[in-house]
Design a protein around this ligand. Structure first.
Ligand code: OOG
Ligand code: MG
Length: 266
């Protein structure tokens, strides 16, 4: 994975403004590599870092990070075979059972994920599954609402990284549990939309163990010169394919051992 930056500072800022505009106005834009075919993953992260800097400067609070494209189901669905990371802010969080507006989103999709809340800071390189489990305060079930800003939800890794991994909203809920009381590989989840089962899987779908996805995230953070602070909320990546939602839909993710997370869309 090349973290080399080939774009000029001016181009990074220009692309960041384009992404920020698309996120704010909820309108789709062509993927960035249509104009910059030579964009690297490093360029994507440079744009994402600039986006994070701007949101923080505007008063958004960084609450954690997400790993993406960590399961075969997601990689197959999106045609990308390398995981990515993105940042999460307080403005993206929604309460359990909330009505989530779709008028400020382009084409939202939901996915079920295991979330980790950290009691200790973690820094890479070389972060392992065991390091993650030792630093975890508790795990909880979560639903991520992703929303690519790219037309047709079609992109490549450099573009989706620049768009902060399609991050849009997230809902944590259910029951918080200590990670060492559970087998996080065999933990099952069923995703229901309007009372019908639309996806199911086990958390092992995420890189063999969801804590491995968090370790990978910490190691990518190290390549960006960042670390994971204590107190961070971390989503480990969609277990099943993401499912499109529209106004009027209700969604429940039922996790074995961890309870369920519900929301509806307006
Ligand atoms: C990229 C974000 C993927 C996940 O959990 O795999 C992601 C996308 O599919 O738009 O959040
Ligand atoms: Mg996700």
């Amino acid at each position: 994975m090349s973290m080399d930056i080939t774009l000029s500072r001016e181009d990074v800022v220009r692309l960041c403004e384009r992404i920020e505009g698309a996120q704010r106005r909820a309108h789709a834009i062509p993927k960035l590599t249509d104009e910059y075919p030579g964009m690297t993953i490093g360029d994507g992260y440079a744009v994402q870092t600039e986006l994070r800097r701007r949101y923080v400067a505007q008063g958004h609070r960084l609450v954690g990070w997400k790993a993406g494209l960590t399961s075969k189901a997601k990689m197959r669905q999106m045609g990308v075979d390398v995981p990515s990371i993105g940042f999460l802010t307080d403005r993206m969080a929604r309460a359990e059972n909330a009505a989530i507006s779709t008028s400020d989103l382009v084409h939202p999709r939901v996915e079920c994920e295991v979330a980790f809340v950290m009691k200790k800071a973690l820094a890479g390189p070389g972060c392992t599954r065991q390091d993650v489990l030792d630093a975890t305060d508790h795990v909880l079930p979560a639903v991520e609402i992703i929303d690519s800003r790219f037309s047709g939800f079609k992109f490549d890794l450099a573009s989706v990284v620049a768009d902060n991994g399609s991050s849009a909203r997230f809902v944590g809920g259910g029951r918080a549990r200590c990670a060492d009381e559970l087998d996080l590989r065999t933990l099952g989840v069923v995703l229901e939309k309007n009372g019908e089962i639309v996806g199911m899987g086990a958390a092992a779908a995420v890189l063999g163990h969801p804590a491995d996805a968090v370790a990978m995230l910490v190691n990518i953070l190290a390549e960006l010169g960042e670390s994971l602070p204590a107190g961070s909320f971390v989503m480990s990546g969609g277990i099943t394919e993401a499912v499109p939602v529209r106004p009027g839909d209700s969604v429940v993710a039922r996790f074995q051992e961890l309870g369920s997370v519900s929301m509806r869309f307006a």
